[in-house]
Design a protein around this ligand. Structure first.
Ligand SMILES: NC(=O)c1ccc[n+]([C@@H]2O[C@H](COP(=O)([O-])OP(=O)(O)OC[C@H]3O[C@@H](n4cnc5c(N)ncnc54)[C@H](OP(=O)(O)O)[C@@H]3O)[C@@H](O)[C@H]2O)c1
Length: 339
């Protein structure tokens, strides 16, 4: 049993699931957030502590991580704000990771889990998102090598495809758009991806921390071994995909079918996809941006079939798409905690 696990980005979609799962096995799960007031629902669990912290400030970060047995970094953004800095791709992904790896070494933390993405590559990444994720991976590798991993920190780097689950920003984003349009103009219809279920991912992370997990713990511990690539100095990289690959067109069609809607999906030619990204990128909350378009130029699929997780979109997505009576967050945390 780990006494204290500290999570950066633990208030988000993946983080909320992982926090709940870890709370069953750890005495203290501390979630660092920029705005504590926003996430009061997480406090429903008595051993989960929300701590307000500017994680970009190295002193505050070091103080927050000190005394942890494990640190998990889930911070990530899909769109950057104009101001740059801490809210830019490089600030939130690469620069923050450099600081976290430094603090993990200084505080002699024995386990570190980092969330990257399939296709991350500091030089060849097709978008700024993917290049900044690749730069973050590079900071981890060079950080551990330079320090010769003096703290013997076991580090696991996860590289998932798109992640789905009740609060995802994939099916939940497409669903209202598909509902609103009889003819759906789709950018990058042939982009390929392999949606992975958030609970499968959380189980893999639990296994990476050496925790017992739930019913299928042995299965996920085996999976972790099968899809880990050893990078030396205590670092392993793990690619994660769902049971099968789909084109984006198939996933949008699946969304419409699941909602019982007859829709015509029209794949946009490249010039129109770029124009759509430019226009939508300046709308509030930027539902689709030029950087998103560029990310879709790289398929998000796994080469190793051992990296496939068991849960399919067909088994889970019908439970939450089109269900207007979604349970409140608080009810969800309560019911998951009792599960
Ligand atoms: N969702 C996917 O399909 C998918 C696919 C591949 C990889 N990933 C990666 O998985 C991780 C988790 O994804 P998610 O979907 O759970 O994301 P999410 O719901 O958007 O949550 C991201 C978290 O990061 C924190 N954060 C955002 N910007 C920050 C900044 N500038 N500085 C400090 N903290 C910041 C937020 O915490 P506070 O607001 O509380 O501070 C938030 O809880 C990310 O690294 C993402 O890139 C996700």
């Amino acid at each position: 049993m780990l006494k204290k696990v500290t999570i950066l980005g633990g208030t988000g979609f993946v983080g909320s699931q992982l926090t709940i799962d870890l709370a069953r096995h750890c005495e203290n799960v501390t979630v660092l957030t920029r705005r504590k007031q926003r996430y009061r629902n997480l406090k429903v669990l008595s051993n989960v502590h929300l701590k307000e912290c500017n994680v970009h400030n190295t002193d505050e970060l070091g103080a927050a991580l000190a005394g942890s047995d494990a640190v998990i970094n889930l911070v990530g953004i899909l769109n950057q704000s104009n101001g740059g800095g801490d809210n830019s791709f490089f600030g939130a992904h690469a620069e923050l990771t450099r600081k976290v790896v430094g603090a993990v070494q200084d505080c002699k933390i024995s386990r570190y889990i980092h969330m990257s993405a399939l296709g991350a590559d500091a030089e060849e990444g097709s978008s700024e998102y993917l290049r900044s994720k690749g730069e973050a991976e590079r900071h981890i590798e060079t950080g551990l090598h330079a320090a010769e991993n003096t703290s013997n920190c076991q580090t696991t780097l996860f590289r998932p495809s798109v992640i789905f689950g009740e609060d995802d920003s994939f099916f939940n984003r497409f669903a209202p758009l598909v509902r609103a349009m009889l003819v759906f103009p789709l950018a990058c219809p042939d982009a390929r991806m392999s949606p992975v279920y958030v609970e499968d991912l959380s189980n893999m992370m639990t296994a990476a921390l050496g925790l017992p997990g739930e019913n299928d713990a042995a299965f996920f511990a085996d999976k972790l071994e099968q899809c880990s690539i050893d990078k030396g100095f205590g670092l392993r990289a793990v690619e994660i995909c769902g049971p099968r690959d789909y084109s984006l067109r198939e996933l949008v069609q699946f969304t419409a079918d699941t909602m019982g809607l007859k829709r015509r999906i029209v794949g946009l030619p490249d010039w129109a996809a770029r124009a759509q990204a430019k226009v939508m990128g300046v709308l509030p909350a930027a539902p689709f941006s030029t950087d998103n378009y560029l990310s879709l130029q790289t398929d998000s699929v796994c080469e190793n079939d051992n990296c496939r997780m068991p849960t399919s979109i067909e088994a889970v997505v019908p439970r939450y798409i089109g269900d207007q009576g979604l349970r409140s967050d608080q009810q969800r945390y309560r019911s998951l905690a009792r599960r």
